[in-house]
Design a protein around this ligand. Structure first.
Ligand SMILES: NC(=O)c1ccc[n+]([C@@H]2O[C@H](COP(=O)([O-])OP(=O)(O)OC[C@H]3O[C@@H](n4cnc5c(N)ncnc54)[C@H](O)[C@@H]3O)[C@@H](O)[C@H]2O)c1
Length: 344
């Protein structure tokens, strides 16, 4: 009976998935397919007894669901093969390269009645979840600004540039945190290595209701902390959220979360003064990548068992961030603000 769990790709992040499945007690169900013998050997050395499939088709025949953790240009075809075989799908970020591809995949998942979830790591990070709870409780009042950095000094990936590899995380996370739709995008993209990819991206955002924001992404800027996911890389992974009644700053790499409650009030002479309380360190336990991925997979497996639609399904987790990134490309080409309505 096809009840295994297929892992497509056991490279760096595929092995994080294997560790996460082991912590969930689901390691025994896994079947791996990866065409690279060195990657298979590395996975087998860490997980003696790990089962392998010689092809995607063989793996799909033995499994009820598949995790795709392969290079970005392979995602669309592999995800389609998984859905067409009638299997449920966990697709690592960035789901696919364009909104048009994401829409096709979302339609296919709907048509086939499959559960599909995108691997959007930061939605499962304990600090991001704590910040979202504060927003939902109304702690910030109306939001003014949402800003994020996913940048540093690290390898330029062979399969993608800063938009798909880095900016995608916060193209998803900022609207999710704020509960606000992005309505406009102005972006500047640069190719500082001259390799034909945008390894530096500065993206300004306008949200429904008037809040503004930006995302900085790239691999050619100073980092501040060692990267928990990419060995040897120096990184900044930060989110700032500013509202009328409070400010918040999360540094995911340093594992700090600081809150300032308070607001500006008129001082009588036309000036407005900040009346903010002290910096409060919000106590949220540190997260390590294996635990965060285990939380993502645990939610996916629960949705599979209950036939529920995951929150980060192919519409929320693939189509919406891809529309924002498509608009960023178009904005950079045309040198103007692009509205998400015209981009979509
Ligand atoms: N959520 C996160 O924070 C996070 C972090 C790192 C990587 N990722 C994502 O995970 C995916 C993989 O990244 P990585 O860093 O592990 O890359 P990697 O290059 O280390 O590994 C990719 C693996 O996929 C294998 N592969 C290639 N084509 C295949 C196919 N057709 N079928 C099966 N396997 C195939 C390769 O042989 C390789 O072993 C990417 O989509 C990346 O964006 C997500």
């Amino acid at each position: 009976m096809a009840d295994g769990l297929l892992l497509l790709g056991c490279g760096a992040f595929g092995r994080v998935h294997l560790r996460a499945l082991a912590t969930l007690g689901r390691g025994g169900e896994v079947v791996v397919h990866d065409p690279d013998p060195a990657m298979r050997a590395a996975a087998a050395a860490e997980f003696p007894g790990l089962r392998f499939a010689a092809s995607v088709e063989e793996g799909l025949a033995r499994c009820a669901a598949a995790i795709v953790a392969t290079p970005v240009p392979t995602h669309a075809a592999l995800a389609e093969a998984v859905l067409r075989a009638g299997r449920d799908l966990f697709l690592e970020k960035p789901a696919v390269e364009t909104a048009a591809e994401a829409e096709r995949l979302a339609a296919l998942a709907r048509e086939r009645g499959r559960v599909a979830q995108v691997g959007l790591y930061f939605r499962f990070h304990p600090k991001a979840r704590a910040l979202r709870r504060f927003v939902l409780r109304g702690l910030f009042g109306p939001l003014h600004c949402l800003a994020a950095r996913f940048s540093g000094l690290k390898r330029a990936r062979g399969d993608s540039g800063a938009l798909l590899n880095d900016a995608v995380h916060f193209a998803d996370l900022l609207p999710w945190l704020a509960g606000l739709r992005v309505t406009g995008v102005f972006a500047q993209l640069a190719d500082p290595l001259g390799r034909g990819r945008e390894d530096l991206a500065l993206i300004q955002l306008r949200f429904a209701g008037g809040a503004i924001g930006f995302i900085e992404a790239g691999c050619v800027l100073p980092g501040r902390w060692p990267d928990a996911v990419v060995p040897g890389a120096e990184t900044r992974k930060e989110v700032i959220l500013a509202g009328r009644d409070a400010l918040a700053e999360i540094d995911f790499a340093a594992e700090t979360f600081v809150l300032r409650r308070g607001r500006h009030r008129p001082a009588g002479n036309g000036a407005w003064l900040p009346e903010h309380g002290p910096r409060e360190a919000v106590g949220v336990p540190a997260a390590d990548p294996v635990r965060v991925v285990a939380a993502e997979l645990s939610r996916f497996l629960a949705c599979v068992a209950l036939r529920r639609t995951p929150e980060a399904d192919l519409h929320a987790g693939a189509v919406l961030p891809a529309r924002l990134l498509d608009a960023a490309r178009r904005s950079a080409q045309e040198g103007r603000m692009v509205s998400l309505e015209e981009a979509g």
